[in-house]
Design a binder for this molecule. Structure first.
Ligand code: FAD
Ligand code: NAI
Length: 475
């Protein structure tokens, strides 16, 4: 006997679980299927983000930042510590607890919102009268039918050809979050978001970290001025970053991993490390979904093809998050999930791709929204720029963290904010003000005229907005 639902969501990551909750709030009889298992084989909804992504990485970043503060900065405050030690097993255990709290939180939210949860793999059976048949393969097998199906099956780490992940020595994000002891030498391929965040964690704990990046430009998606400032800070901290390399071979041998590559000038080089993290991007995941059974269209990258509203080529089938085009970010997946549930209910879902913030949780943090200066130049757009350094911000001085700046880019004529870029303390929190401002099409002057609390880091945002009109007050 099949169980009938209005909406079935396949995938319980940020795209899927949020879509299911919103659909249930809108009155639909909703099910969510997710196959992620915890160490005991039980359900662990939350997807990549909760289990091996956003949440555990931020837990390790926090622990390692505390350690670095204690080791290097407490002395400035008159605090001395003898015999400072890092218990890596405890740090990883704390991270696992944080993950479990989030898994349990999602199961609670499903109950609260009356979403029926199925633990197992969901796949298309066939199209049926007025909808689709979906099979669930878990501890028991179930057959569901639904008028609307939302696909939120996420993404997987991309491996280097010829160097599959063994999660012991050649690590994806999964293994990188489970390293049990500080490696003496850590190699990372890819100076993107994961490379920089995970590289920071293990460098802070004492590893000698080398990052090998294929492109000649560091953080090409970020504003050039901000990327330069960040590169300077990371290099000063001891991260070794080699740009423009060409990896020729990666071999796990003996106790370590040997990497052969050509440097930016084409010279043959080699690096031997204890562990290697490969963070060269992610690929959309439709493994096990059986898209052929219903003729679901995928593109050449394996992503589910959707239009601007997340509709697939099949009536009543939608797809959101990492498995479709667009940035692979949890908050983008969530916004799409909410919008799709609302569109199913006949409402106007809202996702503004122009105001999706990016954050890299290193120290200094990097955050931005909107266009970069190099993109505006390339587009021939007339703009004004204003920057304000944290060095001139009282709160940053009191915190003892004055690296970086806030940068505003505004239209030369209308003064509308076109982009805000931050490198420095709490950039992840500061960027929200810029997102709100851009969503409401604010001008730089609007921010400059708003009262900001003193002393606060947010005053640097106000001052950068003032700088657009060349009238900073504290610099
Ligand atoms: P996922 O989170 O991947 O969830 C998909 C779920 O579907 C999984 O649970 C999977 O098991 C399940 N599934 C797949 N196929 C099936 C099936 N057939 N049946 C049943 N279940 C299935 N983003 C940020 O915004 N901020 C960050 O700080 C951040 N940090 C990150 C750190 C790391 C190390 C990594 C790897 C990623 C990070 N991301 C971050 C990206 C973020 O994790 C993803 O963008 C986000 O998880 C995508 O959500 P999703 O719902 O599309 O997919
Ligand atoms: P990424 O796209 O951020 O970076 C990958 C890097 O690897 C790029 O700089 C690329 O040029 C480089 N690269 C690709 N192939 C290479 C090769 N063969 N040799 C050397 N370098 C190569 O991807 P990453 O770091 O794997 O992260 C995946 C995604 O996960 C991110 O794009 C982001 O969407 C998400 N994420 C988000 C975070 C956040 O929001 N704070 C944190 C971590 C991940």
């Amino acid at each position: 006997m099949s169980k009938n639902f209005d909406v079935v969501v396949i995938g319980g990551g940020p795209g899927g679980y949020i879509a299911a909750i919103r659909a249930a709030q809108l009155g639909f009889n909703t099910a969510c299927i997710d196959e992620w298992k915890n160490a005991a084989g039980g359900p662990a909804p939350g997807g990549t983000c909760t289990n091996v992504g956003c949440i555990p990485s931020k837990a390790l970043l926090q622990s390692s930042e505390h350690f670095e503060h204690a080791a290097k900065h407490f002395g400035d405050h008159g605090i001395s510590l003898d015999n400072l030690k890092m218990d890596v097993a405890k740090m990883v255990g704390r991270k696992d607890t944080v993950v479990k709290q989030n898994n349990d939180g999602i199961l609670y939210l499903f109950k609260k919102n009356k979403v029926t949860f199925f633990h197992g793999r969901g796949s298309f059976g066939k199209a049926v009268e007025g909808g689709y048949e979906i099979s669930v393969a878990g501890k028991t097998a179930e057959t569901l039918t639904a008028k609307h199906v939302i696909l939120a099956t996420g993404s997987n780490a991309r491996a280097l050809p010829g160097a599959p992940f063994d999660e012991e020595k050649i690590l994806s994000n999964d293994g990188a979050l489970r390293i049990g002891a500080v490696p003496q030498k850590l190699g990372i391929i890819g100076a993107g978001v994961i490379g920089l965040e995970m590289g920071s964690v293990w460098r802070r704990l004492g590893a000698d970290v080398t990052i090998l990046e294929g492109l000649p430009t560091f953080l090409g998606a970020a504003d050039e001025q901000i990327a330069k400032e960040a590169h300077k800070a990371f290099t000063k901290q001891g991260l070794k970053i080699e740009m423009g390399v060409n990896i020729s071979e990666v071999k796990a041998e003996g106790e370590g991993v040997a990497i052969a590559y050509a440097d930016a000038k084409g010279a043959a080089k080699s690096l031997v490390v204890d562990k290697l993290i490969v963070s060269i991007g992610r690929v959309p995941n439709t493994i096990g979904l059986n898209p052929e059974a219903v003729g679901l269209q995928l593109d050449e990258r394996g992503a589910i093809v959707v239009d601007a509203e997340c509709k697939t080529n099949l009536p009543g089938v939608w797809a959101v998050g990492d498995v479709v085009r667009g940035p692979m970010l949890a908050h983008k997946a969530e916004e799409e999930g909410v919008a799709v549930a609302e569109r199913i209910a006949g409402q106007h879902g809202h996702v503004n791709f122009d105001t999706i913030p990016w954050v890299i949780y290193t120290s200094p943090e990097i955050a931005w929204v909107g266009q970069t200066e190099q993109a505006l130049k390339a587009a021939g757009r007339a703009y004004k720029a204003g920057t304000f350094p944290f060095l001139a911000n009282g709160r940053a001085r009191a915190l003892g963290d004055t690296t970086g700046m806030v940068k505003f880019l505004a239209d030369a004529t209308s003064d509308e904010i076109l982009g805000v870029h931050i490198v420095g303390p709490m950039a992840s929190e500061l960027i929200s003000e810029a997102v709100v401002a851009m969503e409401f099409k604010a001008s730089a002057e609007d921010i400059a005229r708003i009262c900001h609390a003193h002393p606060s880091l947010s005053e640097a945002t106000k001052e950068a907005a003032l700088a657009v009109d060349k009238r900073t007050l504290n610099f």
